[in-house]
Design a protein around this ligand. Structure first.
Ligand code: MG
Length: 164
């Protein structure tokens, strides 16, 4: 079947500071530190938004939701993702798959990944099987290892029917 395929890459990083919790994938994670940011600082969702915008040729998250705009202060990143996905899917794009990596020293994220995957599936309106999340520590070195930052990377594949 003829169709169009587009891949997109997104990354994000936020500084960490006490106290927790930490929001990742629109889920509050019990942690000693939270991520500092203008919105709710959900690094995973910010990386996903940038990947989707990249694949669809929509620019980047900073252009859509500038951190100089008070309207975005403390904003729920899940709601930002739904806003972006609504317009991208209205243009005919469907989600092929989404593959993500979160870099965080503590806590171990494995117990929270199924809930994050399900939540992202809800936000995007796609089966959870199209979403994969992996977690890595910083091995005690660098910004992540010293617990100074949380980072996320993701790639997305979007598909669309070819225009006749
Ligand atoms: Mg961000």
């Amino acid at each position: 079947m003829a169709g169009m395929f587009r891949i997109g890459l997104g990354t994000d990083l936020h500084r960490l500071a006490e106290p927790g919790p930490l929001i990742l994938g629109n889920i509050p994670i019990p942690a000693e530190r939270h991520a500092i940011g203008h919105s709710d600082a959900d690094a995973l969702i910010h990386a996903i938004i940038d990947a989707i915008l990249g694949a669809s040729g929509g620019g980047d998250i900073g252009r859509l939701f500038p951190d100089t705009d008070e309207a975005h202060r403390g904003r729920d990143s899940g709601e930002m993702l739904m806003t972006v996905w609504k317009s991208v899917s209205a243009a005919g794009w469907q989600l092929g798959n989404l593959d993500c990596v979160i870099h965080l020293q503590r806590p171990k994220l494995a117990p929270y990944i199924p809930e994050m995957v399900n939540r992202l599936g809800q936000l995007l309106g796609v089966p959870a099987e199209r979403i994969n999340i992996k977690a890595k520590t910083g091995e005690g070195v660098g910004l992540v290892g010293r617990e100074e930052a949380v980072a996320a990377e993701c790639v997305v594949l979007l598909t669309r029917e070819a225009t006749p």
